[in-house]
Design a protein around this ligand. Structure first.
Ligand code: CAA
Length: 289
């Protein structure tokens, strides 16, 4: 990998949800970038920044960061409510919900608003980078940069070039992910890339097992957690990721790959229809009072 991210001084993060906040925090704290969060919802920006403050406070409490360093990180962070108002950035990461039309609209707006050399990365977990890039003025500057949740803790970033992505865009993105303290892998632009192509059918099958009454939710989780030495069983992990996100990814895999093995579990669709989305809604496969 020959690229350098030394010239990257600022990042714009579109979407101040859990992923966007985690990405911006790591960019500001580990890579030392100026970070601007963009979100059309003032309430979401407030909630996101409160979460970021909590994570920074914990770093101070645990001795991983001094008070002074915390203030410096905070001073590098700003917010705004629209892409058009965002300051010029060297690198943009889009982290809004998994909706292809929304993402394409955002990339069209971003490429009109940001300076020509800016790299536009999407944190999509399954949507075609090539399709998102086609909506941008300079598709060669668009790339997939898929962080794992929770971003400050997970070591991996999957980097995905679309058909149009320039080598310089790819190399800078790989270098920036490494500057953010992450290990990178590279995947072709195929539905689900590497992580979700393997993870989501596993989670979906756990829901099928629950639906078929093969075992209780607790026994399915305990079997996989203790039996394969993973931090969470698949049903707990599904609640953690969000059942709506899991369903959206399964739908992309099913539609794009056309194989019935990717059909979303009926129970997964039912939970989402009920608004039982996991930890974030207070109820999913488990209850979170
Ligand atoms: N944001 C930031 N940090 C978080 C966090 C969050 N949302 N949730 C937990 N953490 C941190 C905690 O602050 C804690 O840090 P310290 O050790 O410094 O105190 C650390 O993670 C461990 O947390 P806990 O002690 O509370 O709990 P734990 O030991 O059970 O770990 C976990 C929690 C890190 C989430 C762990 O259970 C885990 O690794 N689970 C699997 C996560 C996973 O598989 N992620 C990938 C999901 S798939 C994906 O992201 C791709 C996609 O497109 C859907």
């Amino acid at each position: 990998m020959s690229g350098s991210a030394d010239g990257i001084k600022s990042m714009c993060v579109v979407g101040a949800g859990q992923m966007g906040i985690g990405i911006g925090l790591v960019a500001a704290r580990v890579a030392g970038l100026r970070v601007q969060f963009v979100d059309s919802s003032a309430a979401q920006l407030d909630k996101g920044l409160a979460f970021l403050d909590k994570l920074l406070a914990k770093d101070v409490a645990k001795g991983r960061c001094t008070e002074e360093a915390r203030s410096e990180v905070k001073a590098r962070i700003t917010t705004c409510s629209s892409i058009g108002e965002a300051a010029a950035a060297d690198f943009v990461v889009e982290a809004v919900s998994e909706n292809v039309d929304l993402k394409r609209r955002i990339f069209a707006e971003l490429s009109a608003a940001q300076p020509p050399g800016t790299i536009l990365a999407t944190n999509t977990s399954s949507i075609s980078i090539t399709k998102i890039a086609a909506a941008a003025r300079r598709p060669e500057c668009v790339v997939g940069m898929h962080f794992m949740n929770p971003v400050p803790v997970m070591k991996l970033v999957e980097v995905i070039p679309g058909l149009q992505t320039a080598k310089a865009t790819l190399d800078t993105t790989l270098a920036l992910a490494q500057r953010m303290g992450k290990t990178t892998t590279m995947s072709q632009d195929v539905p689900g890339f590497i992580a979700n192509r393997l993870l989501m059918p596993y989670i979906n099958e756990a829901l099928v097992a629950l639906q078929e009454g093969i075992a209780t939710r607790e026994d399915i989780d305990a079997t996989m957690k203790l039996g394969t030495n993973t931090p969470m069983g698949p049903l707990t992990l599904a609640d953690f990721i969000g059942l709506d996100t899991c369903l959206a990814i399964m739908k992309v895999l099913h539609a794009e790959l056309g194989d019935s093995k990717y059909r979303p579990a009926v129970l997964l669709q039912k939970y989402v229809d009920a608004g039982w989305l996991g930890v974030k809604s207070g109820r999913g496969i488990y209850e979170y009072p």
